[in-house]
Design a protein around this ligand. Sequence first.
Ligand SMILES: C[S@@+](CC[C@H](N)C(=O)[O-])C[C@H]1O[C@@H](n2cnc3c(N)ncnc32)[C@H](O)[C@@H]1O
Length: 454
Amino acid sequence: MHTSKAAKKAEDLSLGSILSDNLKDALFPPHLVLVPQLNEVYELELAYYEAKILSDEEILRNGAYFASVDGKPTRHFLICQGEPLKLAEHSSSRLKSFFKTNQFKTGYGTHGLFPYRGKFHPQMIKGLINVMGLKPGMTVLDPMMGSGTVPLEATLMGMNSIGIDSSPFCAFMARAKIEGLKVPLNPIKTAMDHFDSTFKYLNTRVNRMEGPLRDKQASLFDGKPQDSRVQSNPAEVFRQPEVDDYLLLAFLDAKGYAERSNRKSFPDQFKAILERYYFVAEKIQKVMNGLQEQLGNARVMTGDARSMDIPSQTIDGIIFSPPYSFAIDYLKNDEHHLKFMGVDIDELRESMIGLRGRTLRQKYEIYLEDMTKVLSDCSRVLKSGGICSILVGTNNNQLSSIFQIEPEEVIGIHETLIEAGRRHGLELVRKIERQITGMANTMRSEFIVMLQKG
Ligand SMILES: C[S@@+](CC[C@H](N)C(=O)[O-])C[C@H]1O[C@@H](n2cnc3c(N)ncnc32)[C@H](O)[C@@H]1O
């Protein structure tokens, strides 16, 4: 069929106008500017919900995906701005130029300290906290907090939080990172100025297996004033629990690096890492003080996600990521640190989800039983109307070999958890797919599953 000249012209015009339409302009009002490097669909979705749920004031204070509101920079943009890491002098020029050109970094605050497998992306946690309707003063829980991304981010946002992990090392790591937001800097400087005695003290202590000083269940930031005195005696600085935690975390971080690579001697490695820890704490404290914002109160502890020491219906929202069936042996990864803390690893293994069972099939069955208990307890502690967000992926190849089916026929763990949640009063409200880069051979995507308590 022939189209008339006039109709063709109209078609061209509409094509032109369609193509000149900008998706971002269609989704967001003009006074909101997105952060740089927002390039994944799930991020655009979370940004869209933030724009719908948060007021302009709330976006300025706690938004995760906006750089400015009416030309005023958001707090998130300021926190992410600038050089994220103090690079060592000998770093390659490629690395230096990478950081120069990527001035906006989302590994802000103390989030980037200490490597931990399966760490959350902090900006995503901030976005999720917002779209789950959580506000400053409310309480968010991560029953399997690992390195503590959720309680740390909640603290930055002025929300209260509870973080639980069965590994005492995770509880220590999370506590030290949260304390880093307020740790007095002068004693750390003293420890750096007396590097040799600091190194000697920590080395003797670690070799003698004397664990962290503090009570595991202590609550953070309960109104204690910061100690800003300048200590000149390095032994004094370790008497302050938060300084002790922070220095010890840096030391264990360096020890891990030195064991994995022999590019530098252990003391040199510690020196570089200690400088970075100082730089990171100084930077986030400067930004937070400049913004004069209140930090939230975090309680991080060792515990079991299947039966939590938390009263019923007291939690406003839950975010967590379980081990993805039985892919990572977290105890093996942290064996050295756990031994240092005097933990009986065989005993701990019994409470770790994903590690029990002889055959793969048995492991999978026990994993599902355990995760059902976790969901049931999450439902118990959550207030009515509260949302529980779970980030989980499935290793289709692993499950296809257990069940002797094609990888495409495997039912994803997220689907199984949605069903288990439903049996315990948690209904699916949203499922967001997120691409995984870097481990595409075993897992291509993971899901953020949002369940609401009726
Ligand atoms: C995927 S990691 C969580 C990582 C975390 N989202 C982060 O940002 O670092 C899963 C965590 O579950 C913990 N875990 C395993 N079994 C547990 C249990 N029964 N109770 C509490 N935590 C458990 C592991 O120690 C591990 O740290």
